[in-house]
Ligand binder design. Structure first.
Ligand code: DGJ
Length: 576
């Protein structure tokens, strides 16, 4: 039977951990826990083991019907599904919620939570999910203009009527969700819009946008930046300083030059040509900064208003997602200019205080580095789109205190015998321990790789020396099957550790096993013996032993091996 994934935080095993959940009646919300922020559902922290459906899979109940059972079988406890503004409001003021209701009902039937994605004014920069009545009326709902003078199907942030129409529809949606789900809490969060930003130019160049661009930077933004100067993202602070730390002036005076007129924007290519070093560093720095910052401010104001309206009805956590800058697409406009990328997080915070999280669509190979940039200033990490990389799952929850992990187009790959399903089982087996220790020094995750020297981890009064042991023997947890992976994937993995109490650890690994040697870091006897070594999992908040290990499985009590896709509770003791 699938472990219940609504977590019990107040366990006998964690008597030292205060019970911090609110009453079960509270709606889904975020709560600080140490340095982490957690999603609380029905009074308990919820680690979202999720996947995002293909863009249009939830546009009919018939199409999605065969997908539901696969999601639960792949160990998901949550799914991300899009709601299209065009489909929900086919004529102005006429809202259709039958599909929303059907998706909520089916999610409940399959014991899944839901995160809805509001495909409103923007999806991947463009405006393809805006209703026909919006698209047609380009006078009332203006589009951006490119430097070429051309328009495109990309609604402008300078259309107040568009913003208000989007906000009205979103508000109606949130009112409806409150009415049908306000006491059931199936819908736990909402993503508002999708990968916003200007494409094919670095900013909107319509006459009204040009006018705003040459006007002074709004006082509100300048005040925010001055007030938060010490905690600004370093890349933003540096360029502000380089431009003379001005506290007033036009966008270009305060933040430096925008794109020169001489550069014309090809889509998705590098411009101008780069050296190999520039290529590597390009995606970590701001180019044509005033254009990107200007757009970030205007997207933040617009989306922030939509979010604030929705929250008037039902204030569950809401986030926006970013199409990231990439080595090959490093110039704003080759990626959506003004989206919630890490270099402009401060601008988004200033412009849209109602937004709870700024989230990465994290397909880049630099998973840890990007995650680091997203958790700055206590931004909680939720990854709405990524690839189904099992090692990243443990890193996300164990190192970056993630709220959730969500491979894109999940229905294409989800299955019970995948690496992702194994990683999700590891997290759900240990969920109460992970949730109780996120945001504290008592949790860690580490990448492991064949051929690497042993890694050292300081945790719970010991140094753990970790030696990679490879695929090892197949897992023996009930229902667990050996995942099928390529040879390349088999030589690396990750492991998660929780020091739950003095001399007591919970741990799990994916991709490969590790041998663990303990050395005390506090005065006292120096030799460490193994006490209990138990394979098992948390069931309804209680550790349940599946197999007690000794003899051959622990090198006659002298060798602790954490095998891939297993979860252990280990106690240790010291002697001379
Ligand atoms: C990122 C978008 O947010 C998704 O909706 C989808 O279009 C994927 N890209 C496609 O790879």
């Amino acid at each position: 039977m699938r472990t219940s994934l609504v977590l019990a935080a107040c366990l006998a095993a964690f008597a030292a951990v205060p019970c911090y959940g609110q009453s079960a009646a509270a709606i889904p919300h975020l709560e600080k826990h140490g340095t982490a922020t957690q999603l609380i559902v029905d009074g308990q922290p919820f680690l979202a083991l999720t996947g995002e459906l293909g863009n249009n899979s939830a546009t009919s109940l018939e199409f999605i019907e065969p997908i539901w059972p696969k999601l639960a079988a792949g160990n998901l406890n949550c799914v991300l599904a899009a709601i299209s503004w065009a489909q929900m409001e086919p004529a102005e003021g006429r809202y259709e919620f039958a599909l929303v209701d059907g998706v909520i009902d089916e999610a409940r039937r399959h014991d899944l939570k839901l995160v809805f994605l509001w495909f409103g004014s923007w999806k991947n920069g463009l405006s393809s999910y805006a209703p026909y009545w919006v698209k047609q009326d380009f006078q009332r709902f203006p589009r951006i203009r490119l430097g070429t003078g051309k328009s495109m199907e990309l609604l402008s942030t300078f259309g107040d009527a568009t913003r208000d129409a989007d906000a009205r529809a979103f508000r109606a949606l949130m009112r409806h969700i409150r009415e049908v789900d306000g006491t059931r809490h199936t819908v736990v969060m909402v993503q508002v819009e999708n990968e916003v930003g200007v494409l094919r130019d670095s900013r909107d160049r319509s006459p009204v946008a040009n006018q705003a661009f040459s006007a002074p930077v709004p006082r509100e933004l300048m005040d925010y930046l001055q007030k938060h100067r010490d905690t600004l993202a370093p890349e933003l602070r540096e360029l502000w300083t380089a431009s003379g730390s001005r506290t007033s002036g036009s966008w270009e005076q305060v933040f430096g030059p925008g794109k020169p007129d001489s550069v014309s924007m090809p889509i998705q290519t590098t411009a101008p040509p780069m050296t190999a070093e520039e290529h590597e560093s390009s995606w970590r720095s701001l180019h044509w900064p005033s254009d990107e910052i200007f757009m970030a401010w205007h997207y933040a104001r617009y989306v922030g208003k939509v979010v604030a309206e929705g929250k008037q009805e039902y204030a569950i956590p809401m986030f926006v997602n970013a199409w990231l800058q990439q080595p090959n697409h490093a110039w704003p406009g080759t990626y959506p200019s003004g989206g919630p990328l890490p270099q402009v997080h401060d601008i988004w915070r200033a412009g849209a205080p109602a937004i709870d999280m700024l989230a990465p669509d994290l397909y880049l190979q630099y998973f840890d580095e990007v995650s680091e940039r997203f958790v700055r200033n206590a931004n909680p990490l939720f990854i709405p789109e990524t690839s189904a990389n099992a090692s990243n799952v443990l890193m996300a929850f164990g190192k970056f205190n993630a709220i959730g992990f969500s491979p894109f187009f999940i229905e294409r790959t989800v299955a019970p015998d995948t690496d992702l399903a194994a990683a999700y089982r590891v997290v759900s087996n240990l969920a109460p321990a992970i949730a109780a220790h996120q945001g504290t020094p008592e949790i860690a995750a580490i990448r492991t790789r064949q051929g690497d020297p042993p890694a050292k981890l300081a945790l719970g009064g010991y140094t753990l020396e970790l030696t990679f042991t490879g695929r090892g023997r197949p897992p023996i947890a009930p229902n667990a099957q050996a995942p099928q992976t390529s040879q390349q994937e088999a030589v690396q993995g990750s492991a998660i550790f929780v020091a739950a109490a003095p001399n007591e650890f919970f741990m799990g690994a994916v991709g490969g096993g590790v041998r663990i040697a303990f050395t005390p870091t506090t005065p006292g006897p120096s030799t460490v013996g193994l006490g209990d070594v138990q394979e098992g999992r948390f069931v309804d908040g209680k550790w349940t032993v599946v197999r007690q290990l000794g003899g051959d499985d622990t090198g006659q009590g002298e060798i602790l091996t954490l095998r891939p896709n297993t979860t252990l509770r280990v106690t240790v003791y010291r002697y001379e």
